[in-house]
Design a protein around this ligand. Structure first.
Ligand code: KG4
Ligand code: ZN
Length: 344
């Protein structure tokens, strides 16, 4: 574990407007330090559901349409004018390039017009920092499992602005695996939350799916999806088709066991004093229960954000931006969006 810099130890109290458009949520929030003053999320789920997944071009167009109202409404709810702000923050990557460009262009224009500094924020860093909003006592160092539709990482949060990836998926992200399994079950997009709901009443021992943790702290989920398909086909041939709720429960158990096995193995070996969850998959009910249970067993405090802070929102971008701004991480006028941006 590296040392925490002195600037990191000062709790920031800037007044920031944050904007998030990296995927299919148009979101804005105003924060003073870790305290949220107002927050708006406009989701495009209904638009993309008819195509079975996010259509990047449609997402970009919807962001362009939604951004002015979402930002205006957030400022109005906060009862503030743009002059009151100390800075404007925006997700600059990673994500869908067109979607990111909408937020970055809007934030750049706003920052230029209002003569405010512009703070570029990493989307995954934002997911991790979402935990600072509900948990004022949480401070680095800690381990964070970030599991979303595009990412599955175990991150060592060394300080408020330095991160080290110690485990990652070698193929599909956990959310992607949930969404693909949900498609096998013919659930509509986004399947992850629906599969989770279905699994609540299912028998998780109905199918035996392989859980072979990789050496180190990496994950692999693509084999699990193939195993699910084969196992369902075998059962079908034998005339003993398991019920969808049992398939969902067995699959959910296999994904969650792999995530928690690697997370707690990392904690045991590296001895970080706390564990946090982040990203859309952190909304998964079994994952939340298991992390709580295993944390208690290991005597490690665990931080599990409320559902609204697991999926994409701008509060998390504002929380990350507080520490970036305090550490003088400010974008030039030529800031560009970045589709791939490793968190280091
Ligand atoms: O963080 P997020 O909102 O967007 C990305 O940055 O990817 O995560 C969305 C992902 C989707 O794959 C969705 O199916 C999954 O998180 N997800 C869940 C649950 N809620 C959302 N997966 C399993 N169980 C849930 N309850
Ligand atoms: Zn996300």
């Amino acid at each position: 574990m590296s040392n925490i810099s002195s600037v990191d130890l000062v709790q920031p109290s800037s007044l920031l407007l944050a904007i998030e458009t990296s995927c299919d949520e148009t979101a804005a929030a105003v924060l003073r330090g870790r305290t949220v003053i107002s927050s708006t999320v406009s989701t495009q789920i209904a638009i993309h559901a008819q195509y079975g997944g996010v259509v990047p071009e449609i997402a970009s167009r919807a962001h362009v349409e939604n951004l002015p109202a979402v930002v205006e409404q957030t400022m109005q709810k906060a009862g503030l004018s743009y002059e009151d702000l100390d800075a404007i923050a925006v997700t600059a990557g990673p994500g869908l390039i067109g979607a990111l460009l909408c937020g970055v262009s809007y934030a750049k224009a706003l920052a230029f017009a209002c003569k405010k500094p512009l703070v570029p924020v990493h989307h995954i860093e934002g997911h991790i920092c979402a935990n600072y909003v509900p948990f004022p006592e949480l401070e680095p160092p800690f381990l964070c499992l970030v599991a979303s539709g595009g990412h599955s990482h175990i991150i060592a949060v060394e300080s408020y602005t330095s991160f080290r990836t110690i485990g990652r998926t070698r193929d599909d992200a956990a959310g992607e695996a949930f969404d693909k399994a949900a498609r096998v079950l013919q659930l509509p997009y986004p399947g992850g939350p629906l599969l989770d709901e279905l699994a609540e009443d299912g028998d998780e021992h109905a199918l035996t799916l392989p859980i072979r943790p990789l050496p180190g702290f990496d994950f692999s989920f693509s084999g699990l999806k193939t195993a699910l398909l084969q196992s369902v086909q075998r059962a079908q041939k034998a005339g003993a088709m398991p019920q969808p709720k049992d398939i969902a429960a067995s699959f959910r158990r296999a994904v969650v066991d792999q995530l928690t096995h690697q997370l707690f193995a990392a904690q045991k070996e590296l001895r970080y004093p706390a564990i946090a969850l982040a990203g859309g998959v952190a909304a998964n009910r079994l994952l939340r229960r298991e992390v709580q249970r295993l944390g208690q067993k290991a005597g490690v405090p665990v931080y599990i954000p409320p559902m609204r802070l697991c999926t994409d929102n701008a509060e998390m971008i504002g929380a990350a931006a507080q520490y970036r701004f305090a550490n003088h991480i400010i974008a030039d006028r030529d800031l560009n969006a970045t589709a791939t941006w490793p968190l280091e």
